[in-house]
Structure formats: C-alpha cells, structure tokens
Design a binder for this molecule. Structure first.
Ligand SMILES: CC(C)(COP(=O)(O)OP(=O)(O)OC[C@H]1O[C@@H](n2cnc3c(N)ncnc32)[C@H](O)[C@@H]1OP(=O)(O)O)[C@@H](O)C(=O)NCCC(=O)NCCS
Length: 175
C-alpha cells in the first residue's frame, strides 16, 4: 500500500500537498501563506533536490504522501501530507513508520511552529523538539529555506539524534 512515487504520480502528489496544506491557512504567518501552497515548479525543484516521495494508496488512489531526503549524516522527513478527508485514520503514522525504517541515520523533521497538531503527531512517534539555537543551526545546515521560514519553524529529532556536530561539542561533550 506504500509505494515509491513515480513520475506519473506527480500530479496526485501535488494535489494532495495542496489539499492537506489548507490546514495551514490562518495558522502560519500570513506573509508565508500563498495559494497554491506548492506550485508545480516548486515540487519539481524539491524532487530534483533529492526528496524521494512515498505514496500511501487506498483502493488504487494516493491519499497520503511523505518525502525522505538523505543529507549525509542525517535523514530528513519532508512534506508529510494526508488528504483532509482521510486524516486521523492512521495513514500518516503508517507513512512515518515506514519511512523511519528506511534509514538508520538520525531523522530530523522541520515544521511550522504554529502547526501544533503536526508537532504533537511527531512527538507521539518518539520525536522531540530541539532547542531554539539548535533549530536555527539545523535549518541553515540541512534545509534550503528562506530566513523568514527559519524564524517561524521548529525542528523535531528522532531519539537517536545527538548534537555531536554542534560547534564546541565533541561526541556530545562540551569542550
Ligand atoms: C500531520 C498529518 C500528516 C498526520 O497524518 P494523519 O493520517 O492524520 O495521522 P494519523 O491518523 O496517523 O494520526 C493522527 C491522529 O489520528 C489518530 N488515529 C490514528 N488512527 C486512527 C483511527 N484508526 N481512528 C481514529 N483515529 C486514529 C491518532 O491517534 C492521532 O490522534 P492523536 O493525535 O489524538 O493521537 C496530517 O494531519 C496532515 O496532513 N496535516 C496537514 C499538513 C501537515 O500539518 N503536515 C505536516 C507537515 S511537517
């Protein structure tokens, strides 16, 4: 039921992202909201940048998507979206569990600070919010997003994430 996204799935993936992202309306800063939330061009760029989308199929239709991106020492989960009509049925959990099994590296997830439901969702799956300073550093290091998005986002990390790469730290020990 969970399959890698194919070229022919592009329009469905785009459609699900823009349907599910309607949850952000009135929640994320007004200057970051635009419609459609993601353009065809933007999605193309994200895929060219190395995000691999996985699709959850129900009765032959894609109803949820989630992206995974390798970033050398960590793995990012990007763009987790489940169709509004079928939310809260376990689809997001199944996608997250499936993608988490595809890597042994620590997983980082960035989301809007205002998307409290998404933060709770990831926390229930064992992720924790990193500190303000750490999220500022991580978003600059692993993501390519505008400064304004950094200011208004949070980062969650899997339990095997340790901040050993933080300046001034070696193997997690303060120098
Ligand atoms: C965040 C998101 C991907 C989660 O997907 P989802 O399919 O709704 O997630 P799940 O159904 O697995 O889990 C969500 C809730 O449903 C509950 N649930 C799971 N299976 C269920 C079932 N069979 N029946 C009823 N509820 C169920 C879960 O317990 C959870 O509820 P809780 O938070 O009160 O514990 C989805 O809400 C979404 O697309 N949101 C809008 C976009 C967004 O915020 N994306 C995150 C970007 S980083």
């Amino acid at each position: 039921m969970i399959l890698p996204g194919k070229k022919s799935d592009f329009n469905d993936i785009l459609d699900i992202i823009n349907d599910a992202a309607s949850a952000y309306r009135g929640i994320i800063p007004a200057d970051r909201w635009h419609e459609p939330y993601m353009s065809e061009h933007e999605l193309q760029i994200q895929i060219e940048d190395g995000i691999r989308f996985w699709c959850y199929f129900d009765n032959g239709n894609i109803v949820g998507v989630m992206g995974i991106q390798d970033k050398s020492d960590v793995t990012l989960i990007r763009h987790a979206y489940v169709r509004t009509a079928v939310r809260n049925k376990g689809i997001g959990s199944k996608l997250l569990n499936y993608l988490s099994e595809l890597t042994t590296k620590p997983i980082l997830i960035g989301t809007w600070a205002g998307a409290t439901w998404a933060i709770d969702f990831y926390k229930k799956h064992g992720f924790h919010l990193v500190s303000f300073d750490e999220k500022e550093r991580l978003l600059r290091r692993y993501w390519t997003i505008p400064i304004r998005q950094i200011e208004t986002s949070v980062v969650l990390a899997s339990s095997n994430w340790t901040n050993i790469n933080q300046p001034g730290l070696q193997n997690g020990i303060q120098l």
